[in-house]
Ligand binder design. Sequence first.
Ligand code: ATR
Length: 261
Amino acid sequence: MHNAAFRSLGLNWCYVAFEVDPKHLRAAIEGARALDIAGFNLTVPHKLLAVEMMDALDESAKMYGAVNTVRFERSSGKTRVTGFNTDADAIAIALREDLGVKLRGARVLLLGAGGAGRTAALKLASERVAELHLVNRTPSKAEQIAAELKKRFPSVMVTAGYPAGKMDLVLNATSLGLKPSDPSPLDERQFPLSRTQAVYDMIYRPAQTRLLASAKKAGCKTANGLGMLLHQGVKAFKIWTGRAAPIEIMRSALEKNVYGD
Ligand code: ATR
């Protein structure tokens, strides 16, 4: 999506992927600095490790404690590296765009308390959802995030465990569903899908997880994580180039690359 965007704006830039062993992350960042590279994205497990390796952190990276976008800035012979987080805003944009969900005042059941789950939980609370219920295979991790949220966002009703009432949104932030043989991350005996309006799965490959298929059958609005991937990229593009991203060009490049023609 970035290369399509560069081409469409006539920028002589390119985006390439490198597989970096976590033990070489610091050396890779210094290498990129020496090579005069404009910036890069990071994915797991580097998002947390990189926080300690930046010269400066944008508010977004401080808030979520994770860096997915890095920018080098050069002035008077020095190069500074700043870390950003574009994942969190992308969640809110994708939920609005793909499901019409307005977070303020919403009731949300969030599945997953790993890196993606924590970022989503913080974003949802900072957008002032009314209720946030956290469910995770390892309950202590959901309880830990719930305790942190209660302190930071006292106006949001936060619980660890399945809710009794109706929800506006169920959001999957676990990795369950990446493999076709994976079961659904939702225990429908504890929370039937008829009790939610909408279901979002952060997984975008496969395009339809078991959870999304069941949600569709139950008559829920559904969307997969492609919109999140798009919008974290749209924000990163602006950070690197200083120019508005050609969103529709990026969206169609992404769809073509992820799902084929
Ligand atoms: P990410 O950064 O993508 O969130 P992660 O931090 O490894 O990756 O988190 C993976 C999430 O998927 C966690 O919520 C994990 O549950 P645990 O905290 O109990 O590990 C969840 N997950 C992964 N495999 C799972 C499985 N087989 N069943 C249920 N949950 C699973």
